[in-house]
Design a protein around this ligand. Structure first.
Ligand code: ADP
Length: 449
């Protein structure tokens, strides 16, 4: 992954990574102070205090400067974040080398702590910069060991720590140095490769999710076009069907003349029944397509009781001459903001179903209970119920339960649309039913959208 790709990471994300490095540096300072106190007070080793103090103060100073700089530029830091992290890392390397120099140089086992530095920074920086800093570490520590060995610079030892003088032993210095340098370079290579791989995967993932988003938009658009097409066809079929039905009425009722025998009349009655079913089917299909393809809700404030009263009359008229005890328990003054026509459709469908699937003498009820920002609605009946296995499929398009008699008219489209409408209004609908005992539909609807 190149530098430009890294720079494309989100601003805050990069600023956060820089802040994380800064916090880590504060922790390092605390660690150095604690280590110094432990070594001098508990183990009674002798360390030169002044140089260490100066190093700690320098680290704290540049850390504070970077902190203030990043805070002041938080939103415009992305382009330079990589450079800032790189400069910080170079300063750290110099400070840590100085620290090692004043604490026994190559003899100090803490020299291997550089590995944490390389792992952290090479996973944040681009690969070439990770290697640049690894080489710089190897060069500085190599130079330090060499200059101390040649006594060009003084060797500052921790007194009481080791039998000193190892820094003058060429085999010791060479072995330790090569172990150190190879550890640093290998760890840089591993962490840079891992982070490069992760970054590539992240970019691929982003691309895949973008493609998915585009595909789903295309599918939605196709679905909308399909609904519009179905709507057009259903609309074109509906008008001639209505005309055929009224002409059949005219002929069957004898207004077109009485010269028709019983057999022909009987056939025409059956034709009217089938045509009527087809008419219902086309009407449901038309409703479904129209509501599904409509892009937005037609929001208005209305009284829920008025809508239920209207729907109830319609449903009763559809229920034929059955005697069904209907109870409506809806407070008068509840108004909601929603698509009135669609909510009316919901009540018509649920009530018409309750009447349709409840035998003569049964009960149907509607209750509405308001809460602070929703209404809870229940439409129940003591009808035929729905078999347990069919309940999960009941809201699917064209699904009809297995206990419904073939003579009961229906298309299996109404409930699919009811669920669609409730969910478009950010509501939730569910069902409880027991075969032979009855069915209750419950839904919750926000009082405004
Ligand atoms: P339909 O036109 O067949 O009534 P719906 O989508 O409105 O289509 O309902 C789907 C199926 O759900 C129905 O065929 C019926 O099996 C079942 N159903 C719906 N409401 C009830 C109810 N109140 N009681 C029993 N079964 C019901």
């Amino acid at each position: 992954m190149n530098h430009a790709d890294r720079a494309s990471l989100r601003h805050e994300e990069l600023a956060e990574r820089l802040l994380w490095l800064i916090n880590l540096r504060w922790l390092t300072i605390v660690f150095i102070i604690l280590a110094y106190l432990t070594v001098t007070l508990i183990f009674n080793l002798g360390i030169e205090t002044l140089p260490l103090l100066i190093i700690v103060i320098v680290i704290a100073l540049y850390n504070a400067v970077f902190y203030l700089y990043i805070k002041s530029k938080k939103t415009s830091i992305a382009a330079t974040a990589g450079d800032i992290a790189f400069i910080q890392s170079i300063l750290d390397i110099i400070a840590l080398t100085a620290f090692i120099h004043f604490t026994s140089g190559i003899e100090n086992p803490f020299v291997f702590y550089f590995i944490f530095h390389t792992i952290i920074t090479s996973s944040l920086l681009p690969k070439n910069r990770g290697f640049m800093q690894a080489f710089l570490i190897c060069m500085l520590i190599g130079l330090l060991a060499l200059l101390e060995y040649l006594e060009i610079i003084p060797h500052h030892e921790i007194t009481g720590f080791l039998i000193t003088g190892f820094y003058k032993n060429p085999i010791y210095v060479t072995v330790i140095y090569f172990t150190f340098a190879s550890t640093i370079l290998i760890s840089t290579f591993i962490s840079a490769s891992i982070s490069e791989n992760l970054a590539k995967k992240e970019i691929e993932l982003k691309k895949v999710s973008k493609d998915l988003e585009e595909t789903s938009l295309k599918i939605l658009e196709k679905d909308r076009l399909k609904s519009e097409y179905v709507m057009m066809v259903a609309h074109d079929i509906k008008s001639p069907l209505s005309s055929i039905l009224s002409m059949l009425d005219v002929v069957i009722e004898g207004f077109a003349g009485s010269g028709m025998d019983d057999k022909a009349r009987d056939i025409l009655v059956r034709v009217r029944y089938k045509t009527n079913n087809l008419h219902h089917y086309v009407k449901d299909l038309l409703d479904l397509s129209r509501i599904r393809s409509s892009q937005k809700l037609n929001l208005e404030r209305f009284n829920i009781r008025d809508v239920i009263d209207g729907a109830q009359e319609f449903a009763i008229s559809k229920g034929g001459d059955k005697h069904i005890d209907l109870k409506v328990d809806v407070p008068d003054k509840i108004t909601i903001i929603a698509d009135k026509e669609q909510i009316r459709y919901v009540f018509i469908n649920l009530l018409a179903n309750a009447f349709k699937y409840t035998p003569d003498g049964g009960k149907v009820w509607v209750t509405v209970r308001p809460t602070a920002d929703t209404i809870s609605v229940e439409v129940g009946d003591t009808g035929i119920g729905i078999p347990k296995d069919d309940i999960p499929k009941i809201f699917s398009e064209f699904f009809r339960a297995s206990n419904v008699e073939t003579t009961t008219k229906g298309t299996g489209l109404g409930l699919a649309l009811v669920k669609h409408i409730i969910e478009r209004h950010n509501g939730r609908i569910w069902i409880m039913s027991e075969i032979g005992k009855g069915t209750i539909f419950k839904f919750v609807l926000p009082i405004k959208q």
